[in-house]
Design a binder for this molecule. Structure first.
Ligand code: LUZ
Ligand code: MOS
Length: 746
């Protein structure tokens, strides 16, 4: 009986990288990271470390046989620092020892001296100095300059959002094992097995066929292992070829927090213009993305910010500009939403400011400007099968926006020590990798002689339930019981050229490929089934016993019981020269209403309720999808209200232990989370009518920021608090205690 991951998890039976047994002779790695954010290495002496007990080797850039380069998009990131360092924690050397403790002890004996230079930490300063990863990109539609004159109100403002730690439970890690004939197997906790394979090949100077990357599952990833699982796997592989022995590395939490990138902080300027009825006539925004010290996926993430600059709204005149600013912080990276949340947060702040100027609730401005069927996005795509209004109206009908707002107002009139706020957050999120080439997937399906089925795809299970969805797709397509279907680990040897499991597309694309492979096998079985069973179908529960007989007969008749299939998401194109095209297969829609209670004395806030109507298409697995919505929401709430990742003025992370960094837990979660799924919502553009679910619900969390802001304004109507996230109790308290002099909006 094949069980799902969740059964194994609760029984403690699922294995992660650190659970894999060490082959004989395995060495353990510890990485020395730069203690300073910027400087030139003046001395690197490993002699004392080599003399430590149980130490076998210390690797530096000089040991790299191929290219010292791991950059996925731009070649700007060495595996090990050579000459200069650009962020605190940047890997400089790797100690290989017989135990992990010995490796960590010896790491302290490495003589590293650096001539320190003043780091650049602020993206606006980096932009002013011309420190950009690429020329500025601008998405535009209509004519903003002409539109300003027609606006009844034009409001400008600045919005800042902070870094967010992924806090996957399984930290970064890998185990590399040398095999015969110069080949390697790398077990890596990565969302991107092919990404690891490619970079190992590049750094070691080997052909990709010499390297197999295998991933059973991840203990969470959230984007943090889309690109940044790679260096650790490559270090292990390098250790393997240098010593001829297996090498393993698991970052401890402290190293993981300090050395790895997080969600990009953004600082943005907006200008929004509305007419007297609250129609948004023009919107202009500039995103200063804090990219960190190397490109990583930053340019791609900035691109998605531009795609989502207009959120869930139809705006005729738009100019959105994105600057990817190089700073001396660890390279920021993919995180659920991938630049979309940062962009939507700015627009919601602009709408809140415009509504305040108009003297109407923000939700009236939001409602008036919602996307409609046929709306043209600034990047040229037309909204088709647009469900923005449907989700909004359904949420309003179920939950009663005005009644919730009226209840909060009544509370506020009667209470001085606590204030309530309510906000609505509509979401529209594009599904597909913005890099069109990545929108492809493959599957390899084997049917064994007993009728059991083994499925391999490029999808990586990371707790999101993609393996269960794959099993259900295969079982439904073949017309057999779920228990017959098992999903293999994700291996570059079985399925090649995999795109990362990212962009919420894992089940969409790999599920489509798996279904196509099953259909091929069915096609071969059909004539046999017709002859044997007097039927041309093998679908249906009653066919389950017949399935075993059919498969056995097919084997004896020498019919191929395996199939490989390739799926490429259709109708995608994007022209970066024109910044126009159709980058997404479809959009996911939804609306959430959030109620918050503020304790005016303490500055603490409770998110009382988040009520959602979410568009899932036809769900592949309801429990899984509900879990995804709830998990994403919790993470979005954490980003907006709780999670603070601050760096000191020398670029050192202050929140560098699990004890210092707050993540949302079950007590932080709202007491009430209602999630209703849009009915009759089959999606023609993904497998079996489904829709992707991983990222879109993250952005419901943004509603909590503006609900809390409403509550603060109920306490202090004289204020115009700057929009900075996270809106922590400290920040809230500062506003509540601010001098009564009103801040005049610009
Ligand atoms: N990763 C990526 C992503 O490489 N491209 C994307 O467009 C994307 N979108 C969301 C999350 N990860
Ligand atoms: Mo991602 S943010 O790895 O889908």
């Amino acid at each position: 009986m094949t069980r799902d991951d969740l059964h194994l998890h609760v029984r403690g039976e699922s294995s992660f990288i650190d659970d894999l047994p060490s082959p004989a002779g395995t060495l353990h790695a510890a990485v020395l990271g730069s203690p300073v954010a910027r400087g030139a290495i003046t001395r690197l002496d490993v002699a004392a470390a080599l003399r430590c007990a149980d130490v076998e080797r210390v690797l530096t850039a000089a040991d790299i046989p191929g290219e010292n380069q791991i950059g996925a998009i731009l070649p700007d990131e060495p595996l090990l620092a050579a000459g200069t360092v650009h962020h605190v924690g940047q890997p400089v050397a790797v100690v290989l020892a017989r135990t992990a403790a010995a490796a960590r002890r010896a790491r302290r004996e490495i003589g590293l001296e650096i001539a320190e230079a003043r780091p650049v930490l602020d993206p606006r300063e980096a932009a002013a100095k011309g420190q950009l990863l690429q020329p500025a990109r601008t998405f535009a539609i209509g004519d903003v300059e002409a539109a300003w004159g027609q606006c009844a109100h034009v409001v400008t403002g600045r919005v800042d959002s902070g870094a967010q730690e992924h806090f996957y439970l399984e930290t970064q890690g890998a185990l590399a094992v040398p095999l015969e004939n110069g080949t390697l197997r790398v077990h890596s906790a990565t969302q991107s097995p092919t990404g690891v394979q490619k970079v190992v090949a590049r750094v070691l100077g080997l052909p990709m066929h010499a390297i197999e990357v295998d991933v059973r599952r991840l203990g969470g990833a959230f984007g943090g292992k889309e690109d940044q699982a790679t260096p650790w796997a490559v270090m292990c592989a390098l250790g393997c070829v240098v010593t001829g022995r297996p090498v393993r590395l698991t970052l401890d939490r402290h190293d993981d927090l300090r050395m790895t990138g997080k969600r990009h902080p953004y600082s943005s300027d907006y200008r929004i213009g509305v007419d007297a009825e609250g129609r948004i006539l023009a919107y202009e925004v500039t995103f200063y993305q804090n990219s960190g010290s190397a490109a990583d996926l930053s340019t791609s993430i900035l691109e998605r910010s531009l795609f989502h600059a207009t959120g869930s709204y139809a705006i005729a005149n738009v100019r959105a500009t994105g600057l990817a600013c190089r700073t001396n912080l660890p390279p920021f990276t993919a995180f659920r939403g991938f630049g979309g949340p940062q962009a939507m947060f700015v627009l919601e702040a602009a709408i809140a400011a415009a509504a305040r100027r108009l003297g109407v609730p923000a939700r009236e401005v939001q409602r008036r400007n919602l996307l409609r069927e046929g709306t043209v996005f600034p990047f040229g795509m037309v909204a088709e099968d647009c469900r923005a209004q449907r989700c909004w109206d359904e949420a309003d009908r179920r939950y009663g926006f005005s009644a919730l707002a009226a209840a909060a107002a009544a509370h506020n009139a009667a209470h001085a020590a606590t204030k309530k706020g309510v906000a609505v957050m509509p979401v529209c999120f594009g599904i597909s990798f913005t890099n069109t080439a990545l929108n492809q997937a493959r599957a390899l399906v084997h049917v064994y002689q007993d009728g059991s089925v083994n499925v391999s795809t490029g999808a990586v299970e990371m707790g999101q339930g993609v393996n269960l969805k794959l099993r259900k797709i295969v079982a439904e397509t073949l017309g057999i019981g779920l228990a017959r279907v098992r999903v293999e680990s994700t291996s570059t040897g079985r399925v090649a050229n995999t795109s990362p499991t990212a962009a919420s597309t894992g089940a969409d694309m790999n599920g489509a490929a798996a279904r196509m492979a099953c259909l091929q096998i069915l096609h071969r079985l059909r004539p046999l089934a017709a002859a044997r069973l007097g039927s041309d179908t093998c679908a249906g529960a009653s066919a389950d016993v017949a399935w075993s007989q059919l498969v056995q007969a097919a084997y004896l008749a020498r019919i191929d019981l395996s199939a490989h299939a390739h799926y490429a998401t259709p109708d995608l194109a994007f022209d970066r020269a024109k910044e126009k095209g159709r980058p997404f297969a479809y959009h996911v829609y939804g609306a959430a209403v959030t109620e918050v209670t503020l304790d005016c004395l303490r500055g603490t806030a409770t998110v009382d309720a988040v009520r959602v109507v979410h568009d899932l298409g036809r769900s592949l697995d309801l429990a899984t999808d509900l879990g995804q919505v709830e998990g994403a929401l919790a993470q979005g709430l954490g980003w907006m209200l709780l999670e603070e990742a601050r760096y000191d003025d020398r670029g050192r992370l202050l929140h560098d232990t699990a004890g210092k960094y707050k993540v949302p837990d079950v007590r932080f979660a709202p007491a009430t989370v209602d999630v209703a799924f849009l009915a009759d919502a089959d999606n023609a553009r993904a497998v079996l009518g489904s829709k992707a679910v991983g990222e879109p619900p993250f952005m419901y969390g943004i509603g909590a920021y503006f609900a809390l802001r409403e509550a603060i304004l109920a306490a202090r109507p004289d204020l115009d608090p700057e929009v900075v996230a996270p809106l922590t109790p400290e920040r809230t308290l500062m506003w509540l205690a601010a001098a009564p002099a009103p801040v005049v909006p610009a």
